[in-house]
Design a protein around this ligand. Structure first.
Ligand SMILES: *Cc1c(COP(=O)(O)O)cnc(C)c1O
Ligand SMILES: [Zn+2]
Length: 422
């Protein structure tokens, strides 16, 4: 495999930095500004150094995975876990665009991400690479489903011990897609927010690497690669408008950070990009705050089929809110019925079967276009983050059944005729 061309002599990592007060910390497994304000910590880089060693050419010569952007990722060595995550298709969605009344629409298709068919493979590939550098032998997570799939799979590949925590009412595909890798799985009788609270306590008492708790500053950086890939796949250009789902709000804010970093290091020309976020009505704390003009999030109790994005108390909610407002975007929510319609619309027009989170994104995209909040001429990218085969129960009764026939030509002809008259 081709190695990233960045020299190993030095990494661009500077340290952790508090998003609220700017206090700096060393590069440990730490996620809150415990000395000053309890704000979230973010990874800080030496961008002048990155600018010196990275160009479009060095990136294009790198591996066909997220690790082509290693200079921008929070690892210190070349010894990363590369399971082929990233470089998913950016599909020009002409038929869907036409249906919605847009000129140029792209689908960033992480429904086919590797190894577990969701965008979470990005954050976990990065988090576990860093966990290994920091010397963790057991990794863990609080998950709404996809994260457990990714953590269990990539930990198996890397030979790390793994214990994951999920709400006990998850879809069967998400559960099987975790247990097959044979980690320890705790199915918690409660919702995600309760699982997360429990995991914070376990992280304190067990010294494990929780990808989305004590390793969160590293983990969340993995989502930046969605932004980098879109720029590269658009021919080193920024789009006009982004539509992405919001759970904790992390993915949404990190696509933005990824765009900014490529501008800052001279890899792409600056232009304004509008960011619009998608939530399910049954768990829409960020959307509600946006619509009511609030600058704080009121936690909610989730009740929606879009379980993978059902976070009632979103950690990065206020940053997502601020980003949508500052970029002249929107945050919108849709009903479960609209989510199902969104899944079917994407499948029928583009041949992509996404899960409920993707249905949410497509339904919000449609709603925003219809409301005139996305312009017909805006080059728009919709981020499809998960695969429909994992949430099959949500489609019960929503599609037509196959036509059952005898193994005889006459039976086929009869059924075909009947289907045409439907
Ligand atoms: C986790 C997840 C998201 C969004 O996650 P954030 O917490 O907002 O970063 C979106 N789609 C799918 C399918 C997910 O699993
Ligand atoms: Zn602080």
């Amino acid at each position: 495999m081709v190695q990233a061309t960045l020299s190993t002599a030095r990494s661009a990592l500077k340290g952790l930095r508090c998003r609220e007060c700017g206090e700096t910390y060393d590069l440990a497994a730490k996620h809150v500004c415990e000395d000053v304000c309890f704000g979230p910590l973010e990874v800080d880089y030496d961008y002048d150094y990155i600018k010196q060693v990275v160009s479009r050419e060095t990136i294009e010569a790198g591996p066909n995975s997220i690790w082509r952007y290693r200079a921008f990722l929070p690892v210190e060595t070349d010894n990363v876990i590369d399971v082929g995550t990233g470089m998913t298709p950016l599909l020009q969605a002409n038929r869907l665009a036409k249906r919605l009344g847009l000129k140029k629409l792209y689908i960033k298709n992480d429904a086919v991400n590797m190894p577990t068919l969701s965008f979470k493979d990005r954050v976990v590939s990065v988090a576990l690479s860093r966990a290994r550098e920091l010397g963790f032998s057991t990794v863990s997570c609080a998950s709404t489903g996809n994260l457990a799939n990714s953590t269990a799979a990539i930990a198996a590949h890397a030979g790390l011990d793994c214990c994951v925590f999920i709400p006990s009412d998850l879809e069967a595909g998400k559960v099987l897609g975790t247990v097959v890798y044979n980690p320890t799985v705790m199915a918690v009788k409660g919702n995600y927010d309760q699982v997360n609270r429990l995991c914070s306590e376990v992280a304190n008492s067990h010294g494990w690497g929780f990808v989305n708790i004590n390793l969160r500053p590293y983990y969340s950086e993995g989502s930046k690669t969605l932004g980098y890939e879109v720029i590269e796949q658009l021919g080193w250009e920024l789009p006009d408008h982004v539509v992405a789902p919001l759970a904790s709000g992390s993915l949404f804010t990190k696509i933005h950070k990824g765009f900014n970093e490529f501008v800052k290091t001279g890899l792409v020309e600056e232009k304004p990009v509008r960011f619009s976020g998608a939530q399910a009505e049954g768990c829409s704390p960020i959307s509600q705050a946006f619509k009511e003009g609030r600058d704080f999030i009121t936690p909610v109790k989730p009740n929606t089929i879009a379980k993978s994005i059902a976070i009632g108390n979103p950690a990065d909610g206020i940053y997502a809110l601020e980003q949508a407002r500052k970029t002249n975007g929107n945050i919108e929510d849709v009903t479960d019925a609209e989510i199902i319609e969104g899944i079917k619309l994407l499948a029928e027009t583009e041949g992509i079967f996404t899960e409920t989170a993707g249905g949410t994104t497509i339904a919000v995209l449609k709603k925003l276009v219809e409301a005139g909040k996305i312009g017909r001429d805006e080059t728009t990218v919709a981020f499809i983050t998960g695969n429909g085969l994992k949430t099959q129960e949500s489609m019960a009764g929503a599609t037509s059944a196959p036509l059952l026939i005898e193994p005889k030509l006459a039976s086929f002809e009869q059924a075909l005729e009947q289907s045409h008259s439907l």
